[in-house]
Design a protein around this ligand. Structure first.
Ligand code: GAF
Length: 386
């Protein structure tokens, strides 16, 4: 993090030939459990990770916005008066989408200054660790302070989600931005996506001698296209056919009726959501009562449900999960929207090397691209960096 913090500032100086007014950071997230439940008004249990996006920013005297990133030589320049979802594209849709969305949430930008901003990040892109939410949240906390908007974090999560839905075009839920904004060190965020009530729950991994291993398969995924939107549509269709406003209005006791009312595919999609909501509740309860060693089976059951019922896994994720479990992980699952990205494995520190070696060997044996393996810890949410 400290590296990105200093490279974001030095990148700003190089690109804009002046000092930034400040730097703001927002973490990526890993979802421990509760997948595709957020846009169904359900429960999720993600945590902010120790990998962040940093935006170094300074206001301007005029209404021009200039944004650069460490990942390209582009400089995107636009007037504050011209920022709409249709006017933005590519990587700049994330920060500029936030500018537009702040206005949609009541921020009065009629007298706001333009700004120069430089973005740097050590959240891996395309790994299912929410590099996009990290950009949105870093920009929204920066502009909230610089423009003195006084918006709370729940609103900023909605701002990021709106930017993603309308400017980027991905029909995603509220989980990623909530984790990035509300995360706390060594804890996960238990979020009710209907009420947006959030509770921070200590994980206790370190004290239990556990680590959370990320296995980035490098299989790329994009939520603005294909499978993600298709799964969301299935859930909405299932809710309509069951006569409820959202799948949150159902629980596992409704599965028998769902089996009668729904076609087989829609039934399996809905079974994933209803059982996943229950697994989130069970994970939170188990963590509290028995500690993190006891949640492994729930993580693995979540993977099986995503593989067989929701059908959003890919062979690389299945091999990562199965191999990690065979090599001693106490639980493992794909994380994020699916169709690629990363798996997580909850592993005893003493087994970390054996699990990593086994996964690398299994990927090599099948001719899969070599995965990246690294651990993450739960970190604080978005903030200004002093
Ligand atoms: C992606 C989305 F952005 C989230 O809103 C969530 O739906 C997740 O996929 C699946 O749980 O990260």
């Amino acid at each position: 993090m400290s590296d990105v913090s200093s490279t974001a500032r030095s990148g700003f100086r190089e690109r804009f030939q002046r000092e930034p007014a400040g730097a703001w950071c927002a973490p990526g997230r890993v979802n421990l459990i509760g997948e595709h439940t957020d846009y169904n008004d359900g429960f999720v249990f993600p945590f902010a990770i120790d990998r962040s996006t940093v935006v170094a920013l300074a206001p301007r005297e005029d209404r021009t916005i200039q944004i650069t990133t460490a990942h390209t030589d582009d400089i995107v320049r636009i007037s504050l008066d011209d920022v709409t979802p249709d006017a933005v594209s590519g990587w700049s849709a994330y920060p500029l989408g936030v500018v537009w969305a702040l206005g949609e949430f009541g921020a009065d930008l009629s007298a706001a200054s333009g700004f120069d901003a430089h973005i740097d990040s050590d959240v891996p892109i395309g790994a299912g660790l929410s590099s996009s939410a990290a950009i949105e949240c870093a920009v929204s906390v920066a502009l909230t302070e610089v423009w003195q908007l006084g918006l709370d974090r729940e609103t900023l999560a909605r701002v990021g989600q709106l930017a993603e839905n309308k400017a980027v075009g991905a029909p995603t839920g509220i989980m990623d931005q909530s984790a990035s904004l509300l995360g706390k060190k060594d804890a996960a965020v238990f979020l009710d996506c209907r009420s947006l009530d959030a509770e921070v729950i200590p994980l206790g991994f370190d004290a239990a001698g556990l680590v959370l291993l990320i296995i980035n398969t490098h299989v790329s995924h994009a939520h603005a296209t294909g499978g993600y939107a298709d799964r969301r549509a299935s859930c909405e269709r299932g809710a309509r056919m069951m006569g409820v406003q959202s799948l949150r209005d159902l629980d596992v006791d409704d599965l028998e009726r769902a089996r009668e009312v729904l076609d087989d595919e829609t039934f399996r999609r809905i079974r994933h959501i209803l059982t996943e909501n229950q697994r989130v509740l069970d994970t939170v309860r188990t963590l509290r009562l028995e500690g993190p060693e006891a949640i492994g089976g729930l993580l693995t059951a979540s993977h099986v449900s995503m593989r067989d019922d929701f059908e959003i896994s890919v062979p690389e994720l299945d091999v990562a999960v199965d191999t990690a479990l065979d090599a001693g992980a106490i639980g493992a699952r794909m994380t994020g929207g699916g169709f690629g990205g990363a798996a997580i494995a909850l592993v005893r520190l003493a087994d970390q090397a054996a699990v990593s070696d086994a996964v690398l060997a299994a990927f090599a044996e099948r001719g899969f691209e070599t995965p990246d393996l690294f651990t993450v810890t739960a970190a604080d949410g978005a903030s200004r960096i002093d």
